[in-house]
Design a protein around this ligand. Structure first.
Ligand code: C2E
Ligand code: MG
Ligand code: MG
Ligand code: MG
Length: 274
């Protein structure tokens, strides 16, 4: 009986694997349609100066408006795109969209775009970025690229060279989600970062964990002494903003200041959104 039961649960397992595989297949198919069919859109979330409250930058965050499933989050479809070999195409789309949009904003407002580690692999990132800048007319100083440690773990001299070249053009380089990975301090010394973004996990726990506050203070101190802008993500409450500001954090991002929204919903004075 035990054997039969095992066989049964094995079949159930296989069936559910099958279902999962089919589901994923379907999602992949849908995603190909999404890329060509205009179901992808870029939303924008403000980063504000914590001392003045002024918006200094918007981060471009990709959204997939699925006709049946509704909004599919990037944590789901970005890995899917990476697996399908579609991340370059998508990365290019976000860069061109975001630069075009930002070119209509007041000069002092920057645009931040997330870049996947895989976009560093085929050697085309630099030319894609330069192309997006020249097509949109946006100056390089107004563009920031957000990368995670996963990019730096690619090792290889090419990754470092690409980052240096981007920086040499005047483009800002932010280290995203800082504190969650290996957070090797040597990264901060060996790459020309202009900004560190403290991961939202630390801000979430700020109110109840002395350890989170210790990490936050240490990262702010480190960033400041290296001459970097220090930003914190995931700020939802006033006391989090106050704490970060008082500790010397430069910029804040989070629902307290604004959720990611479509370009036409942004209240940017003097913005020429089409
Ligand atoms: P990220 O770059 O760390 O972006 C910050 C995430 O935190 C965003 O999630 C944002 O909506 C969310 N967030 C901002 N403020 C708050 C807050 O106050 N509370 C909470 N709970 N969350 C907040 P989102 O838009 O779902 O994006 C998730 C991740 O997907 C991003 O993390 C980024 O790694 C990736 N991603 C998004 N767009 C792109 C893209 O165009 N290209 C690539 N390669 N990755 C992207
Ligand atoms: Mg980011
Ligand atoms: Mg982040
Ligand atoms: Mg993240």
């Amino acid at each position: 009986a035990a054997k039969a039961e095992r066989r049964g649960s094995c079949r159930a397992f296989e069936a559910s694997m099958d279902e999962a595989a089919q589901e994923k297949n379907q999602l992949e198919q849908d995603f190909r349609v999404a890329i060509s069919g205009g179901e992808l859109e870029v939303h924008y979330q403000p980063l504000v100066n914590l001392s003045t409250g002024e918006v200094e930058c918007y981060e471009a965050l990709l959204r997939w408006n699925h006709p049946r499933r509704g909004l599919v989050p990037p944590d789901v479809f970005v890995p899917l795109a990476e697996e399908m070999g579609a991340i370059d195409q998508i990365g290019r789309f976000v860069l061109f969209e975001a630069c075009k949009e930002a070119a209509g904003w007041p000069e002092h407002i920057k645009i931040a775009v997330n870049v996947s580690p895989l976009q560093f692999r085929n050697g085309k990132l630099l030319s894609t970025v330069i192309n997006a800048l020249s097509t949109s007319g946006l100056s390089a100083e107004r563009l920031e690229l957000e990368i995670t440690e996963a990019v730096l773990m690619e090792k290889g001299p090419r990754t470092a060279a690409i980052i240096r070249n981007l920086r040499a053009f005047g483009i800002g380089i932010s280290l995203d989600d800082f504190g969650t990975g290996y957070s090797s301090l040597s990264y901060l010394l060996n790459y020309p970062f202009t900004k560190i973004k403290i991961d939202k996990a630390f801000i979430l726990n700020l109110h109840r964990e002395a350890n989170s506050r210790a990490v936050i203070r240490a990262v702010i101190g480190l960033g400041k002494s290296l001459g970097l802008t220090v930003a914190a993500e995931g700020i939802e409450r006033e006391f989090e903003r106050d704490y970060l500001r008082d500790e010397g954090c430069t910029q804040g991002q989070g629902y307290l200041f604004g959720k990611p929204g479509h370009a036409r919903t942004l209240a940017i004075s003097g913005a020429g959104t089409a």
